[in-house]
Structure formats: C-alpha cells, structure tokens
Design a protein around this ligand. Structure first.
Ligand SMILES: [Zn+2]
Length: 98
C-alpha cells in the first residue's frame, strides 16, 4: 500500500471536527503529531484529561474509577492508575472472540 498517498493531517482534523459536531465525544486523529486531536477531553467540563502526541501519552488525569478529577463526570473506558511518564510504549490487548 505504499502507492497510496497518506491522508493529509488537515483532512483528519476536519473529519474529527465533523464527528465532534455530530455529538461524538471520543474522536481522535491518529498516526500524526496532533496533541489537540489526540487528547481526551472530559465530556462534562471539557478539561484535557489524557494528553497524547502520536503514541506518546504525556499526561493522564483520570481518577482510578474512571472519572474526571475536576467535575467527576465518568469517562468511557477502562483505566488503571497512571504513574508518571508512559512514553510511546503500547500495551498488547487480547480480545476474546466467540
Ligand atoms: Zn470534567
């Protein structure tokens, strides 16, 4: 697939904005350096909670029970306690299929 041109970052940003405008809450640009497009924002108070740049998680401010620390709105997902810098590592995920 090296013959296919990469999607321009501006197209990803526009698609994200359209999705957010339609009411989706967790929409991200991927495989690009775009901290705004890679960040998880609280659906209640809109504070930045998980700040990412590409695969680098720069900050994670979600309570261990999966809520915004500013307004206690639940954030969709499964979370563990985040200690310091996570970096660019990825965690393998096993999905059970029936
Ligand atoms: Zn909040």
């Amino acid at each position: 697939m090296t013959d296919i041109v990469h999607t321009p970052p501006a197209t990803l940003t526009r698609a994200r904005e359209i999705a957010l405008g339609e009411g989706l809450q967790y929409v991200y640009t991927g495989n690009v350096h775009d901290t705004t497009g890679g960040t998880t924002y609280c659906p209640g108070c809109h504070q930045a909670l998980i700040v990412r740049d590409w695969y680098n998680i720069k900050r994670c401010d979600i309570t261990p029970d999966g809520k915004c620390p500013h307004c206690a709105t639940p954030v969709a997902g499964a979370f563990e306690t985040f200690h310091g810098q996570f970096g660019r590592r990825r965690i393998p995920l096993a999905i059970n299929r029936r």
